[in-house]
Design a protein around this ligand. Sequence first.
Ligand SMILES: NC(=O)c1ccc[n+]([C@@H]2O[C@H](COP(=O)([O-])OP(=O)(O)OC[C@H]3O[C@@H](n4cnc5c(N)ncnc54)[C@H](OP(=O)(O)O)[C@@H]3O)[C@@H](O)[C@H]2O)c1
Length: 339
Amino acid sequence: MKKFFDLVLTFSLAFTMTACGNSAQEVTAENSAAAATSAKTSTAVPEKAESKSESKPERQEENPLKNNIEFDFETKTVTLNSGYEMPIYGLGTYSLTGEECVRSVTAALENGVRLIDTAYMYHNEESVGEAVRNSGIPREEIFVVTKLYPNQFSDPEAAIEQALEKLDIEYIDMMLLHHPGTDDVKAYKAMENAVSEGKIRSIGLSNWYVEELEDFLPQVSITPALVQNEIHPYYQENDVIPYIHDLGIVVQGWYPLGGRGYTKELLGDEVISEIAEAHGKSSAQVILRWNLQKGVVVIPGSSNPDHIKENTELFDFELTDGEMEKINALDRNEKHDWY
Ligand SMILES: NC(=O)c1ccc[n+]([C@@H]2O[C@H](COP(=O)([O-])OP(=O)(O)OC[C@H]3O[C@@H](n4cnc5c(N)ncnc54)[C@H](OP(=O)(O)O)[C@@H]3O)[C@@H](O)[C@H]2O)c1
């Protein structure tokens, strides 16, 4: 399977647009140029969170969360197996760069969002960091996720330093490997070291499924705190989510609204629209709520302040079991991106 990913990666770098919106030309240029609501949603570890080192919680060696990933709908957070709290909804920043990214992250933070998802490959870590630093919100209340791309796995220490420098927010709350690739174990071990050095608080994986996890986990020491995979009503991963939860790992869904280019069909879906009308909510809010009730953290992407605000209003209604089942029945195993 890994070989498959490597092959696809090579093919993709050479010939296709990636999910992160970079043309083959841009990726080649990258390669040659350089070898995460309200005060209640504080992402700080609740007790004794005074300084970076003092706030480091006990790592949960025995996976007490196994079979028990529970979202707290009051605090709107989940406790990771690293001991840290992470908000259960946030803003995705894929395709947002420069001033547009700064404005979007700022709008999100002003609307109570405390979880921001970025990545090396989005070319916007500087902009995310700028918005976080200028927000006036205490650093420990904001949870920032970033990712190492496979073209960085061969020199992961340099890549981690680069992310810290670009973000410039003291530490990284969560770093993920963007998808499997050559040297992914080496890159993960470098992230483990960065955790022990206090540079990164929690680590995880993105685009790892059952087979990949079975292969990968025995090779590393720290159980990932998070797996971020494509999840939406047309691609539900109903077999993968419980498998990951049973490992004590939180699941976060990318492309919650289907991804750019696909949102129209999903938001216009008759079943979802009917449920939305019954609750006086939008289709986007119903899809995001469906994710939360399945135990999936949501990171919708948006540069529209009205949408950003709308995507935070997920806690004043609840989908019935019947409504959840109707949306579950929309699964088509229809992936909207290649990894
Ligand atoms: N790990 C990975 O491999 C991976 C891959 C892809 C994405 N991601 C992450 O997942 C995040 C989410 O994915 P995405 O942003 O690509 O796709 P998405 O969240 O499924 O959809 C984003 C699209 O939905 C629209 N939208 C957002 N809120 C809306 C609302 N309330 N009503 C109507 N339209 C709305 C946005 O337009 P407006 O701007 O007009 O609101 C945008 O066009 C990314 O930003 C990124 O952080 C990770």
